[in-house]
Ligand binder design. Sequence first.
Ligand code: GLV
Ligand code: MN
Ligand code: MN
Ligand code: MN
Length: 411
Amino acid sequence: MSTLQVDGERLLGRLKALGEVGRDAEGRLVRLAATDADKAGRDLTAAWLAEAGLEVMVDRIGNLFGLWRPSGCAEQAALMLGSHIDTVRDGGIYDGAYGVLAGLEVIQSLMAAGFAPARPIMLVAFTNEEGARYAPDMMGSLVYAGGLAVDEALAARGEDGTVLGAELARIGYAGALEPGFVRPHAYVELHIEQGPVLEREGLPIGVVESLQGISWRRVTFTGRANHAGTTPMAMRRDAGHAAAVAIAHLRELAAASGPATVATAGTLRLEPNVINVVPRLASFTVDLRDPDDARLAAAEAALEAFLADLAEREGLSLTVEVLARFEPVVFDEAICQRIERAAEARGLAFRRMTSGAGHDAQMIARISPAAMIFVPSQGGISHNPREHTEPEQLVAGANVFLDVVAGLVSE
Ligand code: GLV
Ligand code: MN
Ligand code: MN
Ligand code: MN
């Protein structure tokens, strides 16, 4: 059993404090990327990083770094620990924040123990992991890994008409560093599972060995606005009706693809959005995921064919915009084995698993060995204010993280 221990009270206290930053008038947690709420969350996090003695830095895409670079090992490639502090609308307090604050806790615990690392540790809060305001999701880590040009990302226009680069500058988090300025020795991310597997099996630790593919599209049907009372049913070019049919079809599409395929229409917009007008325009998003890339591609093709056929039958024009497309990722086997050994040494039962959610680790895996640690989510609920993990489970996960990090910076 490791003699190192995180300060559980400090970790839980910080999670609670950050979880209060970005509450709207109704008390909902809304810390969308590059908003005033995000700025407040970043300011608090940056203050904790500085207080811990870390070198605080920001890159051009707004990724926030805390670097521990003891003089003896400054030239070695850094171990990177990270996640995000942006949230979805009406989200929970653990998604992302847990990984960042536990990373800080791990570094502070190593410092307090007088631990002399053989390489620097760089903690990162990546910009816009959620993609709830700007697509694609996992944007800060994608840019960091070289998968998207920084200028292209900064030009992203949000659901609310804002431009990410201007918003980052406005909140004071448009840094000068080029993303990717350090190629990590390895990357580890601790996160809540956000699904039901660990709780159902009574396991405190998930060793995340892979992450499923993600496909995001915006589908827009355009027809003709007309009077709801006078237009015979056969004469309508009703974009709203087509959207309803297409959204309902997602269930069949997923079922036909297989039990691992999931499909969601999370947003819907009608124009002119008036009770007595046949909708001229209907726009909705599709989130399609599958651990198998060939099956995901087949489901995408089936969706496109269905939409084209539907538009033609209904006399509508159709546009389909790909907002994000990420292949499934297999994480680093050696890091997974380290996580298993760390859990075992602390007497914590674990299983290997695939992540259903997207994470920054999947982007950083392009440039570095990477893996993730999961802790259980009560009821499998996330992206919801009821997101919860028991305090002991949060602390246990952070201690496994601590041991994995200690091992990775010992060599
Ligand atoms: C992000 O949380 C995602 O998996 O969509
Ligand atoms: Mn997350
Ligand atoms: Mn999330
Ligand atoms: Mn996520």
